[in-house]
Design a protein around this ligand. Structure first.
Ligand code: NAP
Length: 456
């Protein structure tokens, strides 16, 4: 449905999948609306750029859909604008008829166990951000002394991290692994990559395609203790969940008896029913991960009283994410999301994506989410927006007065071309620029051009 032309204005904060699906939905519903999409980085696409694994270039093709959203009439990309630093949420709400927060969940959840702050413990958000060139994490210096690494969690992020650590430089050649990370990962003497689940294989959150990929690596073999695998999934699961669990079990069973695994240079060792108790260290650095063995009591893992310690120099927790606090949008602290009722935070203020529902679901799940919340935004606009708010002009004036270097879509395209050109030199789709400062420098006018334009 297209709503008749109006002068309504909407600000979408965040240009990841949820924000761009939202901008697209609103632009299609409200012909003539002014829709500004803000991002604190000079680059759009959120986790498609900084979260999707560097060896999954196909998944990133979704950016073509996002580019269509960003070039729809009335839509503007405004990068390098941080809410709470450059502009407040209150100012945005005063400027636009509606504001939609699509800010994701960028903070790593904490394990809450002793030793979590030792050198060599990394959250997956920071670690993945580091190898994907996110400017927040480019300076991370992960400790990968080998031979053991423990990854806590049995979700798809844990498998992504295990696979990226296990792949050879040749395996990674056609992806966009950042050069700074490739140097460290490919020099690390890793032999045992543990993937640790506090519950059993039936409760694992990973999906069959991601699990099965671990069986096709050049230098690494998966290892699973057959004894930990149940005969069959429990009855009573809903059919979709049962299908995933059955397929996962089938793949894990196929991993179990591989005789070549112990002889391979790298093993990815699945350890189920092992709950993290503490991270052990000497002189401030990680030396081991202490685990309590568990058994299942219904869906709950309960300790058996047995413990074990994995000798590892690195612990990566891949246990989910939380939102970052934003002035004027209180968090639901238990869930780590922006407190909301079906996407509504306050009058004219909405939330969508992981910031609304928590860090679950693949990219297309954010499309469905955005469509549902766009309905609510539209209803609000239809009933409350009188077109009296100043919209984009107010944003431009405030940011100009504060000297913010706003990055436009044209600017991003220039960054994009540079990254692609740098990647071409090494046969990669792109080599990301992991620094906001370097991106902004790249956008400075060439003094020669300035001279020409001024007739000098
Ligand atoms: P996830 O799927 O929710 O998995 C989190 C894992 O952490 C679970 O195994 C969970 O175990 C465990 N965990 C949580 N708290 C823990 C604790 N205190 N101690 C030990 N373990 C703990 O989250 P994710 O892997 O971060 O993925 C986020 C979303 O992105 C998912 O929907 C995922 O499918 C998606 N994703 C998809 C892809 C892909 O399709 N290729 C790639 C990456 C991410 P319990 O179940 O016991 O809580």
């Amino acid at each position: 449905m297209t709503v008749p032309a109006t002068t309504v204005s909407v600000c979408v904060v965040g240009s990841g999948p949820a924000g761009l699906y939202m901008a697209d939905a609103l632009a299609r519903r409200h012909a003539g609306a002014a829709i500004d999409v803000l991002d604190r980085l000079p680059t759009p696409y959120g986790l498609v750029r900084a979260g999707v694994a560097p060896d999954h270039p196909g998944t990133k093709a979704v950016t073509r859909q996002f580019d269509r959203a960003l070039t729809r009439p009335g839509v503007r990309f405004r990068g390098n604008v941080t809410v709470d630093r450059d502009i407040t949420l209150a100012e945005l709400r005063a400027a636009y008829d509606a504001v939609v927060l699509a800010v994701g969940a960028p903070e790593d959840r904490r394990l809450g166990i002793p030793g979590e702050d030792l050198t060599g413990v990394h959250g997956s958000g920071a670690f993945v951000g580091w190898y994907n060139g996110h400017p927040d994490h480019a300076a991370l210096t992960p400790r990968l002394p080998g031979p053991g690494v423990a990854i806590i969690g049995t979700g798809n992020v844990a498998l992504d991290v295990a696979r990226v650590l296990a792949k050879t430089p040749e395996d990674m050649a056609h992806g966009d692994l950042c050069a700074h990370a490739a140097r460290v990962i490919h020099a690390a003497p890793l032999a045992d990559i543990w993937v640790v689940g506090r519950r059993g294989p039936l409760e694992a959150a990973f999906t069959p395609a991601e699990l099965s990929a671990l069986g096709h690596l050049e230098r690494a073999r998966p290892v699973v203790e057959t004894a930990t695998l149940p005969e069959s999934p429990p009855t009573g699961l809903d059919p979709a969940a049962a299908k995933i669990v059955e397929k996962n079990l089938e793949i894990l069973r196929a991993f179990a008896p591989r005789p070549d695994a112990e002889a391979s240079p790298v093993r990815i060792r699945f350890l189920f029913n092992a709950a993290p108790q503490s991270i052990e260290g000497e002189t401030g650095v990680v030396t081991g991960l202490r685990l309590a063995r568990t058994r299942m009591d219904g869906a709950r893992a309960v300790p058996t009283g047995e413990t074990l310690t994995l000798p590892v120099g690195t612990v990566i927790s891949a246990i989910g994410y939380r939102c970052r606090p934003l002035e004027g949008a209180p968090l639901n602290q238990d869930r780590g999301i922006i407190a909301n009722t079906d996407g509504v935070v306050a009058e004219g203020l909405f939330v969508v994506g992981w910031a609304r529902r928590g860090p679950t679901g693949v990219i297309p799940a954010n499309r469905a989410d955005a469509m549902a919340i766009a309905e609510r935004v539209s209803a609000w606009l239809a009933n409350h927006a009188g077109g009296a708010k100043p919209g984009p002009a107010a944003l431009d004036a405030l940011l100009a007065a504060r000297g913010v270097r706003v990055v436009s879509l044209t600017d991003w395209e220039r960054i994009n071309r540079t990254e692609i050109a740098r990647g071409a030199a090494t046969g990669q789709p792109r080599q990301k620029i992991p620094s906001v400062g370097e991106m902004l420098t790249l956008l400075e006018p060439d003094p020669a051009d300035v001279g020409t334009a001024a007739g000098l």
